[in-house]
Ligand binder design. Structure first.
Ligand code: AIR
Length: 176
């Protein structure tokens, strides 16, 4: 499973490199695209849908100014979205508030201004938690199968024992 990184502009690349660095450190695969929520809305929607179909686990989106990119991505998918506010004006406060103040029902996890490294780490942690859940599911399924086999074995032994008892002469008399 990989992580999808979306940048609002090529001018965000220097800051967003931190997310890729963190994912590389954790050995998590990622792919990145530059797609502005305002300048390329249709392409963004198609890309998000394609990524979801392609099995992405988490989106990281970084944008500055009126930073609607993470929120728009979150409106197209239920995959977790992590927003990175980028400092382009007002010390990044404009982007931070644009990303963090999502309406109820469409969550976006938000990291600190320019802190894309944390976004990468958080994405890796989300993937790891998902993999652990999958592993626990598989273990529980194996335990259920073991229990089912044991029950079948016990029933077979009970049937064989009953048949053997019936064959004993003193017991056969009961039915004659
Ligand atoms: N931006 C791009 N489309 C919508 C927004 N909010 C953001 C970019 C970048 C800032 O605007 O994410 O941080 C400036 O972009 P540019 O391309 O003018 O350098």
């Amino acid at each position: 499973m990989h992580v999808t990184i979306v940048l609002g502009s090529s001018s965000d690349a220097r800051v967003m490199k931190g997310a890729a660095d963190a994912l590389d450190t954790c050995g998590v695969e990622w792919e990145a695209r530059i797609l502005s929520a305002h300048r390329m809305p249709d392409e963004l929607k198609a890309y998000v849908e394609g990524q979801v179909q392609g099995g992405t686990g988490v989106f990281i989106a970084g944008a500055g100014l009126a930073a609607h990119l993470p929120g728009v991505i979150a409106s197209h998918t239920v995959k977790p979205v992590i927003g990175v506010p980028i400092r382009a004006a007002f010390d990044g406060l404009d982007a931070l508030l644009s990303i963090v103040q999502m309406p109820k029902g469409v969550p976006v996890a938000t990291v600190g201004v320019n802190n894309s490294y944390n976004a990468g780490l958080l994405a890796a942690q989300i993937l790891a938690a998902g993999q652990l859940a999958g592993q626990l599911d598989r273990q529980a399924q194996a335990a259920r199968e073991d229990a089912g086999e044991l029950e079948e074995k016990l029933q077979r032994l009970r049937r064989e024992r009953a048949a053997a008892l019936l064959k004993e002469p003193q017991n056969r008399e009961v039915f004659e």
